[in-house]
Design a protein around this ligand. Structure first.
Ligand code: SF4
Length: 721
């Protein structure tokens, strides 16, 4: 059966195109409607899928408006090729465009070697596309130079999870477990705005008498739900965690029995935390010592636990990190420190407790499991592991030695383009690099220096506008594929609509190019067939999907990995909603404490750049905004600069009037938004529009290679005119 070609009868149960919650929704074809926030569009009505457990029918504004690009004049419906005479993009046929791309790749590779062609993927691609893109790079192109924008999203949490637990799954439990915890600590997460349906779990937790702690330099709608809100200086969450560990130890609140039975390495953490007494933490983070003590009191259980009925036992504590904690030059160390807190309390593996990362992009989880990351092969296998190479090469039908080795990480790959040892051609799927890369002016120059830039997209994004060839591809409801949400639940995003004439799937693009490049194997365009192959390639790996099928996902409303295939004649594996109950995925089954050292942000304020700049999201927009900025129902006022009244007074800024934010890398101008909810020493800029990432710092975490999006030194001023 070809899931990519059949448009099933309406309504179709499918999933939102955007964030990692992957909310269930229904799409009904043929309904005429007035547009607007109901999600109705001529020919398309989005409705609630109330039985889908993750969102129980709720959607945020973006989900209701997801059909807004359907029928839009902004949709690309023909390939575009840059005319060498005029320098402009002109319409072209598919054969002409694909022939041109393949021909130029051949010439470049013959002259400069395989790695002259690089590939850049996205955390929004389906599992099938991410898998096929990794296979295309290694087999059809033979290049090691592939990475994806998920490196910029949650790779620090992935690195930390692998080090401590031996596995990287964002949440090791279903999201609904949140509401059964006693204390939930959100570090650098604004889930009430970024994934609003998830916030109901916090509300239910509080109705039960549980407590919510939010740690963020800005008092966001999530912080407004908190019982305890801490507002540290950006980039100091690691010092705060060390302070928590210090006080837990000083109060005798460490779960020594758990630490002895289920972990290794706590003594090093104890030594590292000893130097972080509350007053030192206060000087570093700006969080008052008494606030730190209040947090530790909640965690240690001196306060009554939820409902007051379980005060004889430790509260069930859940620590959740997101981009605010992770997008730092010390992102991995910061996540390690917060995992240390959860381990010291004895939580990971216990019901309704533990540590989790709130993944951001729609398929940020699955996208990093199946081979579009520079160092990985499908199933979360490592590309430098000979056994992994042999297994995957066997599934692909190629010799293991033909597979290239490890390539550069996302930022390093882009920064090498056009340089003496870097790529001269780049193929981009599902990413708008010009808006989303840190130090974006520098990276845009790198893109402009390429011999060949090929971009597959739905619309002429800022990156596509620079391309030599633009290939128009299907959007979410026009094709079938699987996504893996923040819980590790593999869901089926069914096709509900026929794609516009002239548009092809990314899978068709890869197959067409592979054929033209004389790839040694054929590339399927059938997502179900590709998913079955992905399962075989992942079998025995850390992210084992081999027991999952489209039919099972449809029947069970998602299946949690790992889910190995069952031996002949045995019952199928049920999937794994909860990890770590009995052991961790490390060789000895124990979680490994890692003692982090605090170094602070790579760039500190000074007299020239005296404030902290931090970036983030707003409710109506998603990531680089390539899609959501073009949807009328999500229209808003564009970028802004949020600053505190004290700072506004000092520089003479007025609410709604322009200010300029400048860093060592660039500047942007936008209206001031003067609010009391941000620290007086910090400004905030949303990153959905061109500009914010011209400012951000490209300092990389030494382990995850995550750039420090979340903090740098800046000056803010009122322009002369
Ligand atoms: Fe749900 Fe996220 Fe889509 Fe909003 S953007 S509807 S929270 S999946």
């Amino acid at each position: 059966m070809s899931w990519n070609r059949i448009v099933p009868p309406a309504p179709t149960q499918t999933h939102c195109p955007y964030c990692s919650l992957q909310c269930g929704m229904t799409i009904t074809r043929g309904a005429a409607g007035p547009g607007g926030s109901t999600g109705r569009r001529p020919g398309l009505e989005i409705g609630a899928w109330v039985d889908f457990p993750v969102n129980e029918g709720a959607l945020c504004r973006k989900g209701w408006a997801a059909g807004g690009l359907r029928g839009s004049r902004e949709r690309l419906t023909t390939p575009l090729v840059r005319d060498p005479g005029t320098g402009e993009l002109r319409a072209a046929g598919w054969d002409e465009a694909l022939d041109l791309v393949a021909g130029r790749i051949r010439v470049l590779q013959e002259a400069h070697g395989k790695d002259v062609v690089a590939v850049f993927g996205g955390g929004g691609l389906t599992n099938e596309k991410a898998y096929q893109l990794g296979k295309f790079a290694r087999v059809a192109l033979g290049t090691s130079q592939i990475d994806y924008n998920g490196r910029w999203c949650m790779s620090s949490a992935a690195s930390a999870g692998n080090q401590v637990f031996g596995i990287d799954r964002g949440l090791p439990f279903p999201l609904a477990d949140v509401e059964h915890a006693d204390v939930v600590v959100l570090v650098g997460s604004n889930l009430a705005e970024t994934m609003p349906p998830a916030a109901r779990h916090l509300d239910r937790l509080r109705e039960r008498g549980g407590r919510v702690v939010v740690i963020d330099p800005r008092l966001t709608p999530t912080g407004e739900r908190a019982d305890l809100f801490l507002q540290p200086v950006p980039g100091t969450d690691l010092a705060l965690a060390l302070g928590v560990l210090h006080l837990l130890d000083a109060r005798g609140a460490v779960d020594e029995a758990y630490v002895a039975a289920r972990t290794t390495g706590f003594d090093d953490v104890r030594r590292a935390a000893a130097a972080w007494w509350p007053e030192r933490v206060e000087r570093t983070t700006g969080v008052a010592a008494d606030e730190l003590r209040a947090l530790v009191t909640l965690l240690a259980g001196a306060a009554a636990s939820a409902g007051g009925e379980r005060s004889d036992r430790r509260p069930r504590v859940m620590v959740l990190t997101a981009r605010g904690a992770e997008q730092h030059a010390q992102g991995t160390a910061t996540v390690l420190a917060w995992i240390d807190v959860a381990l010291a309390l004895g939580m990971p593996g216990k019901p309704y407790a533990g540590y989790g990362c709130l993944t951001g992009q729609g398929n940020g989880q699955g996208g990093r499991e199946h081979g579009q990351k520079a160092d990985q092969l499908p199933g979360y296998r490592m590309i430098d592991d000979p056994a992994a190479r042999a297994h995957v090469a066997g599934v692909w039908g190629v010799p293991p030695e033909s597979l290239p080795g490890k390539g550069r990480s996302a930022y390093e790959l882009l920064d090498s383009l056009g340089q003496h040892d870097g790529g001269k051609a780049l193929l981009v799927l599902g990413s708008n690099i010009v808006v989303s890369a840190p130090n974006a002016t520098r990276i845009t120059r790198r893109l402009e220096s390429l011999d060949l830039l090929v971009v597959c997209d739905l619309v002429l994004s800022e990156t596509a506008a620079l391309a030599d060839v633009v290939l128009p591809v299907t959007q979410w409801a026009e094709e079938t594929g699987t996504m893996t949400n923040l819980e590790g639940r593999v869901v089926l995003r069914r096709q509900a609509l026929s794609p516009p004439d002239g548009v092809r799937s990314d899978l068709d693009v890869l197959a067409g190019l592979a054929e033209r490049l004389d790839a040694p194997i054929a590339f399927s365009t059938d997502p179900e067939e590709i998913f079955a192959e992905l399962g075989r390639a992942s079998a025995g790996g850390r992210a084992d999907y081999s027991g999952i099928s489209y039919a099972r996902i449809a029947d069970e409303k998602g299946v949690f990995w790992p889910c190995p295939s069952a031996p002949e004649g045995q019952a199928q594996h049920p999937g794994t909603p909860r990890l770590f109950a009995d052991s961790f995925a490390t060789p000895d089954g124990r979680a490994r404490f890692v003692a982090p050292e605090y170094a602070g942000p790579a760039e500190q304020p000074d007299p020239s750049y005296p404030v902290h700049l931090t970036t983030g999201r707003v409710l109506a927009q998603y990531q680089s905004g390539a899609q959501t900025r073009r949807i009328r129902d999500l229209a808003d006022d564009g970028a802004f600069v949020e600053l505190h009244p004290l700072l506004a007074d000092r520089i003479g800024a007025t609410d709604g009037r322009p200010v300029v934010v400048r860093t060592r890398r660039g500047e942007m101008r936008a209206p001031a938004r003067v609010v009391t909810t941000i620290r007086p020493d910090t400004v905030f800029v949303p990153f959905h529009w061109v500009g914010a990432n011209r400012l951000t710092n490209d300092a990389l975490d030494p382990v995850s290679r995550m750039p420090e999006f979340k903090v740098c030194a800046a000056q803010v001023l009122v322009p002369a005119s």
